[in-house]
Write a protein that binds this ligand. Sequence first.
Ligand SMILES: [Zn+2]
Length: 213
Amino acid sequence: MTDPVRAPWEAPMRLALEEAARAPLTGDVPVGAVVLAEDGAVLATGHNERELTGDPTGHAEVLALRRAAAALGSWRLTGCTLVVTLEPCTMCAGALVLSRVDRVVYGARDEKAGAAGSLWDVVRDRRLNHRPEVIHGVLEAECARQLTAFFRGARGGAAETTGPQTPDPQAPGSQAPGPRTPDPQTPGSQAPGSETSGSQASGEGLGNGLPGR
Ligand SMILES: [Zn+2]
């Protein structure tokens, strides 16, 4: 059964998924975004480049918005739609409001940091005079799967080496689960079965089983 609200956005979401797939090449979390013009033409794309560029604002949405504005020759993206694989954070939600896009479409929810309906709803805050329409859950399972696969790969990679080891603080997801000698210096390390709190769950995570970006 097709969903009349979400079905029209599946094709651009697939583009966003393809864009997101480029991020892990530079160690970046796979989040991809596409900006569409009013007629559906692709104006710009972007994927997470925070690790690549060392820029804390290098999120897929911000990059795609900048490129779309450059393509149009105006910061005002009225009529445009931004399609992104993961629910925007507060920064990106703010940028979306400022860009005056008509619509924000996203795939996976980010229960721990999402600002378009999960933890906050910056995009539809009634105190703001511009409120883009929000459509969520487009290819949600695929978008979520891409993220979980990335984090599982990062954790799995760390777990493949044998023997007790100190987690590498530089590596994403380096706090590999499983029996391992706990490192007292590392928050979240704990003996298997111990009641110690403090945990790797507290920092990263989307709350729906997905780690955060
Ligand atoms: Zn963001």
